[in-house]
Design a protein around this ligand. Sequence first.
Ligand code: C2O
Ligand code: CU
Ligand code: CU
Length: 437
Amino acid sequence: SPTIKTPARPLALPPLLKPTQQTQRRVAYTVIARTGTMAFRAGQTTKTLGYNGNYLGPVLQVNRGQTLAITTKNTLTQATSFHWHGAILPGNADGGPHETVAAGATKKVAFKVQQPAATLWFHPHAMGSTAKQVYQGLAGLIYVRDRASQRLHLPQTYGVNDFPVIIQDRQFTKQHQLDYEQAYQADGTRGSTLLVNGTLNPYLKVTTKLVRLRLVNGSNARNYQLTLSNHQAMQQIADDGGLLSRPVAVQRLQLSPGERAEVVIDTAKLSQPVTVMNGRQAVLQLRPTTAKRQLGRLPTKLVTLPAATMPKQAQKRTLTFSGMGRMVTINRQKFDPDRIDLTAQRGQPQVWTLKNSSGMMGGMSHPFHLHGVQFRILSVNGARPAANERGWKDTVALPPGGVVKITFKFKDRGIYMYHCHNLEHEEQGMMGQIKVS
Ligand code: C2O
Ligand code: CU
Ligand code: CU
């Protein structure tokens, strides 16, 4: 196993946020955007942002069917917003660029969670500051839970056999600071240092035979190609918006910015550490203990998903993603908060054709993301999507020169964003909005 740079540190676990109120029907939380400081390396302190803490944020848990009520507080000296990425919800609760929270202000949102168990996340979305605030540390998690998934007895004990893995790359300055302006790149700010849940060189002690990792690409722009150092396959069990119909063995898992994937790793036969790799770079080392417990199962069938087929009477749209750097557009236009780009009816089947007009050579991938829904992929370059991409998605990579078709229905009303989740592209206007009535 490739040795991880020393000193390795135990993987930080985001705290499970304590509800301020909890009934069968409703769970309430307070989420506070604040400034902080962190020493990612001993003795090297930098300014950061975090939710309810110094860097990143806690995990909010909600059961399907419950109303999720969140008091959002902005204690920063600048505006922010609280966007619930992947949540199916009315447009005015979504925390997009139209729902900012001013410096020092508090805002309450509540919506009923009617989607299957999934790993969702939240982050800021104010115009002009999304990329910077995410880079500085604003991102948290929402776990939707439901009975159907609970009954499968997958690994589901937080911090024991079920771990969030938020992967980010950062460029520290010579003075060891997180400085967005210095790190900025117009085609996506990337860095040479990987952080997982804010931990540098992380390892995880494995005490169970099955380990579930909830992988979240929380990077501004980097795509990951994740493998295991012992060439073992990971069993992918979930996409962005919930469980797959069955576990899918993946040797190499692609994760573009904004995407999530849940995998189960069988460590029963492991006596040596194994490392989750991104190419040659270590992401997370798993260190098995000798006596591993049997806790959690991996059933061969997970959930029944509706077939992802072309609906008969669909509203068809084509979105073309073009350009690089500051010249990025969708259908030749840059985002204008005062312009509605598309309209749709609630419940109306949609088929969107997403095109990346950049050439196969030297072009770049655009991670397409749509707010307020979970969609299914109909095709990627005319072919059926890979087995691990046949579940609920809210973000999908558009490869250079590629064409991806998706289908979905809006369940609520309001204005929703769609954009490239390369946050610098989004900031440069690779975003549009649809009004659903
Ligand atoms: Cu994760 Cu519009 O964003
Ligand atoms: Cu989103
Ligand atoms: Cu892009």
